[in-house]
Design a protein around this ligand. Structure first.
Ligand SMILES: [Zn+2]
Length: 183
């Protein structure tokens, strides 16, 4: 890693403790989880290894081609994952696991997971606004991507209510706009 992402990764380690990076493509357990997710979502979530970063304990499991991603892309991802590391500290590993998996169902209407992911996606939006500006944070493609994470198979249809996600995004963008006018 180099540049902004590297600097932020060092900051994260000062805050959270030593972190290990594992490349999912070289990790048997990650590949097993990827296949399992493909099966339980009937083939609709097939990009766990190639597109998604996952954190557990003090390990960050990164997707295929992580080192080739741009500094900005890695920085924005790190900002999102830092939220999950903080959540694990706040709730404990078991508490976080239960929140992530249970209320209400492992697949579909996973409210705990939706709240946990929303806290992290709000940070994604803030990071993009900081690096690329408010217009980038407001881009319809980003909005569509985030809505899809909540309503689609990627996280097991965790909160399949697009209107709710749109209004979460709207209020976060409004907060960022107000903060940027004040600074
Ligand atoms: Zn996340």
């Amino acid at each position: 890693m180099a540049g902004r992402a590297e600097t932020y990764f060092e900051e994260m380690q000062r805050e959270i403790g030593a972190l290990r990076i594992v490349h999912k493509e070289n990790d048997g357990f990650s590949k097993f989880l990827g296949s399992l997710l493909r099966v339980v979502t009937l083939g609709q979530m097939s990009t766990y290894v190639t597109n998604y970063t996952t954190v557990l304990g003090h390990t960050m499991y990164v997707p295929t081609g992580w080192d080739q991603r741009s500094d900005t892309e890695r920085y924005v991802t790190l900002r999102h994952e830092a939220v999950h590391f903080r959540q694990m500290k706040r709730y404990g590993m078991i508490g976080m696991g239960l929140l992530y998996a249970l209320p209400f169902f492992p697949l579909g209407l996973a409210y705990g997971r939706a709240r946990i992911e929303w806290e992290a996606y709000a940070e994604t939006i803030r990071a993009i606004a900081e690096v690329d500006g408010l217009e980038a944070a407001r881009h319809p493609k980003l909005r569509a991507h985030i809505v899809k994470q909540f309503t689609g198979a990627s996280y097991g249809w965790m909160w399949p209510f697009p209107k709710a996600i749109h209004s979460w995004i709207d209020s976060e963008l409004a907060r960022i706009a107000i903060a940027s006018r004040q600074s």
